[in-house]
Design a protein around this ligand. Structure first.
Ligand code: SF4
Length: 277
């Protein structure tokens, strides 16, 4: 890697980005993943008010091993769709925004894709952010949490975790993967007393029934560290990406939930004593 590689700044992760590092050799990708010297980023955005407290700088990593039917960023699934960014270049970006983030009570969020596909890069970037006095957050599906040591988890000020369903079979149908490691990571984060936010995507016909939501709400309440639950209404904004990438999209006929349906879901979480909206 030359040092001239830019950080891929973008207005929004909704921009389709593909093959940004398709020329990288397999050995370069492998050694980058092992060392964390280089990360593969889909984009780097500033000014987000929805990815953690305050105003955030967000690095969107490439690479995800799940295949959620309702994923709105399928171009983040493949690592080579991210641009190879040296760790020191990403840290420079954080330095640039450090004071502004502190003034706006914000911080740095690592999102994806699944950031822990690049666990060494993630751990080193969080350590650098903490050294700079920047609040850190991760948006994760939690399934690769075992890759982080307890010390590394403690450098993450907020874990924002997606939870789709409690039921193992339904989870496999919705994401292609087991739910067990995600639940295990949530318990571990709770054991380390790290604050969590939970994100729950409300998809009519797939996740919106009481039988699905009530056990999740119970589990989340039992963790004892969850500050809020965000119920995210399913939308079709990512659909064009599936079509452009030539991947079969199965939710073409699914309508976003109504505000009443979102409120009903929130109430199930609130009934367990959680803050939900
Ligand atoms: S975990 Fe996130 S990035 Fe991965 S497939 Fe699911 S929604 Fe998409």
């Amino acid at each position: 890697m030359g040092s001239e590689v830019a950080v891929p700044e973008g207005k929004s992760p909704y921009e389709l980005r593909v093959n940004q590092s398709s020329g990288s050799s397999e050995s370069f990708v492998k050694s980058s993943l092992e060392s964390g010297d280089v990360g593969f980023l889909h984009s780097f955005t500033t000014g987000s008010a929805v990815d953690g407290p305050g105003i955030r700088v967000v690095a969107w990593t490439a690479g995800c091993h799940w295949r959620c039917l309702f994923c709105h960023n399928p171009d983040t699934w493949s690592l080579v769709n991210g641009m190879a960014v040296p760790l020191e270049r990403a840290v420079e970006q954080l330095k640039k925004y450090r004071h502004g983030l502190q003034v706006m009570s914000g911080g740095f969020t690592l999102s994806g894709g699944e950031p822990l596909m690049q666990d060494r890069f993630a751990a080193r970037l969080f350590a650098a952010a903490k050294d700079l006095g920047i609040h850190t957050a991760i948006e994760t599906n939690g399934s690769l949490g075992e890759r982080l040591s307890d010390e590394e988890i403690k450098r993450i000020d907020l874990v924002i975790m997606d939870l789709k369903t409690w039921d193992p079979e339904r989870h496999k149908r919705l994401t292609g993967k087991d739910v067990g490691p995600t639940l295990e990571f949530a318990r571990r984060v709770a054991g380390l007393k790290r604050p969590m936010w939970i994100r729950f995507v409300l998809v009519p016909g797939l996740t919106d029934d009481r039988e699905n939501i009530a056990p999740i709400a119970k589990f989340v309440a039992g963790l004892g560290v969850v500050e809020r639950v965000e119920v995210l209404p399913f939308h079709q904004m990512g659909r064009y990406k599936w079509e452009k990438l030539g991947i079969e999209y199965k939710l073409g006929d699914v309508k976003p939930p109504t505000s009443e349906e979102v409120e009903t879901a929130c109430k199930i979480f609130r009934d367990e004593g959680l803050e939900a909206y």
